[in-house]
Design a protein around this ligand. Structure first.
Ligand code: ATP
Length: 233
């Protein structure tokens, strides 16, 4: 479904991704783990076309999207819940969700809202609350809900559990499973390698912009290198 082939991404002279090849198949949950600054966010953003890969290709459902505009990429069926959630604090929950569907017609927005409220009843209860007054976990649910407004085929999740309490983290991973069961393919960037590898079919380990390991989630969980570097073994 999503394929990055020999992707190199730079910020000016700084190379953030170095010859990265990654694949996400339809129906999978794939995780990308790595230390701070390894390039995980850059990889997701390269899929969204900002920054763009300087060389290599990004393709989605067989079509080359390397040079496509971000809004075109979103319309093709990719959505992102960004690192740090980035909800609009002064807008209400409902308004934030509508922003996620800004290019949809009014009927599709209503359908999107109904869909998101079914998945997150809490967001329905809080529809008129300003997003900035919600808890961290609620804001994370809102960020995921906003991404789901366009009914994407592929959901990119950047560190959805960062800074959240253990109970909320468990809820977020349950939600990720539910989203996949509803037919959405998930590409998940996580610092919480243990939980991410438990939920993921496959995983990649990124170190200083390079993929150093690729295997099933189950195999990576027992891999010595992963255990020492990311699971605190
Ligand atoms: P974290 O877990 O800390 O978010 P990450 O694995 O997501 O890290 P990136 O944010 O992708 O890593 O950063 C990869 C490298 O690119 C880092 O060296 C970072 O300093 C650099 N970088 C990221 N964004 C920019 C930018 N806008 N301008 C310049 N360098 C950047």
């Amino acid at each position: 479904m999503l394929k990055l082939q020999n992707v190199h991404t730079y910020y000016g002279a700084i190379q953030a991704l170095n010859d990265v090849s990654v694949e996400v198949n339809k129906g999978e949950i794939v995780t990308l783990i790595g230390a701070n600054g390894a390039g995980k966010t850059t990889l997701l953003m390269t899929v969204c076309g900002s920054p763009r890969a300087r060389s290599g290709t990004v393709s989605f459902e067989g079509e080359d999207i390397t040079q496509a505009q971000t809004h075109t990429i979103m319309r093709r069926g990719i959505a992102i819940s960004p690192e740090g959630r980035r909800v609009f604090p002064d807008l209400t929950v409902a308004e934030n969700l509508k922003m996620g569907g800004f290019f949809l017609g009014s009927r599709e927005i209503e359908e999107g809202l109904a869909h998101v409220y079914t998945l997150f009843p809490r967001l329905k209860e809080r529809a008129n609350q300003r997003a900035g007054t919600m808890s961290g976990g609620e804001q994370q649910m809102l960020a995921i809900g906003r991404a789901l407004m366009t009914k994407p085929k592929l959901l990119l999740l950047d560190e959805p559990t960062l800074g959240l309490a253990p109970l909320i983290i468990t809820q977020i991973f349950d939600i990720i499973r539910t989203i996949r069961e509803q037919g959405v393919t998930v590409f998940l960037v996580e610092q919480n390698a243990n939980k991410a590898l438990q939920v993921a079919d496959r995983g990649y380990v990124l170190e200083t912009g390079k993929v150093v390991l690729a295997d099933t989630g189950a195999n990576l969980l027992v891999n010595d290198q992963v255990r020492q570097a990311y699971l605190g073994a």
